[in-house]
Design a protein around this ligand. Sequence first.
Ligand code: NAI
Ligand code: PHE
Length: 355
Amino acid sequence: MSLHDTLRWQGELTATRHDPQTGASFVIRISSTSLGPAAGGTRAAQYASFADALADAGKLADAMTLKMAVSNLPMGGGKSVIALPAPRKDIDQATWNRILTLHAENIDKLKGNYWTGPDVNTNSADMDTLSETTKFVFGRSPERGGAGSSAFNTSLGVLAAMKATAAYRGLGTLDGLRVLIQGLGAVGSGVARLAADAGARLLVSDTDPARMAWAQQRGYTVVGVDEILRTPCDIFAPCAMGAVIGTDVAAELPASAVVGAANNILADDHAGAILRERGILYAPDFVANAGGAFHLVGREVLGWGRETVEEHTRGIGDILTEVYTLAESSGITTDLAARAVARTRLETSRAETAA
Ligand code: NAI
Ligand code: PHE
């Protein structure tokens, strides 16, 4: 996407900064504050261009708006992207600390209109570092008074989404189903354990050899990174990066359902329609992966205890069933149906504010 195109994004605010000393560039995008202050994690990654970083932050921020709205949480949507000068693993601690401190200064200047949290390549220890400069941070370690990692609760939510999707798709329970997981990181490894406990047969893939060795030890069937999209399964679970399913992949994917944690799984608007035509039931990512938001916002904003967080997280299954029913009765994709549910909440809130 060109820089010109990405600046035409329809969100509320874009803030950027570049640090010549480290070579890092920073983006914060606030998609919407209609339901409350914007919230969304900090993603650290390398990007081919600054325009790509801006575009990613915008798409991820929009997904957070939809996630909060569909989950009935009192927050808006935003996201941060730190465009790194080198792979995260090659950045030394002093440089990383400087990057985090600058990012925290940027967040602080937004005065609470944007709250961050962990995302790909950032964790609770990084949230602790950010919190030395700004208070607008979710997911600090419990020793520092935060809710800690959101990963396990995200996995719990994905499992609830898998159960509801399997039932709606007529596959029954997870017992005996082939669940194919792409990415065995913080969330994907939890999904693997929970799905295996529920009786699923696990097929897994990760680019990290250490993760593959972990999977082999647990007796999961390991699939090559390049073979994953051709591997027959009942449920395909993208739990790594987004844009996994474009038009071409949707036309060939040998699965009955797609339920994963990755944000922005569909690479283009048409992919959802092709999945629908082929009878592949797609769990919209911003519904299925809301367990992390329930954990962070539930614990740190709403004062929920662990049980209440888990109860709401299991409710992801009910939200999905409502979305599937609406999609079927309206003859639209599940992605569009979930967006309609979210939009209804956003419009109701705007009407209440105006009254
Ligand atoms: P992570 O960084 O811990 O794990 C990602 C894993 O995917 C790593 O093991 C990595 O080696 C692997 N990977 C990367 N590219 C791959 C490829 N092409 N094929 C196979 N494996 C590949 O990240 P985490 O926290 O587990 O998040 C995963 C996804 O879930 C991300 O898209 C994130 O935005 C999303 N998400 C995470 C939440 C959380 O609470 N952590 C909440 C909601 C969504
Ligand atoms: N990054 C995670 C997500 O995409 C967790 C998160 C939720 C971070 C809410 C901040 C705020 O859902």
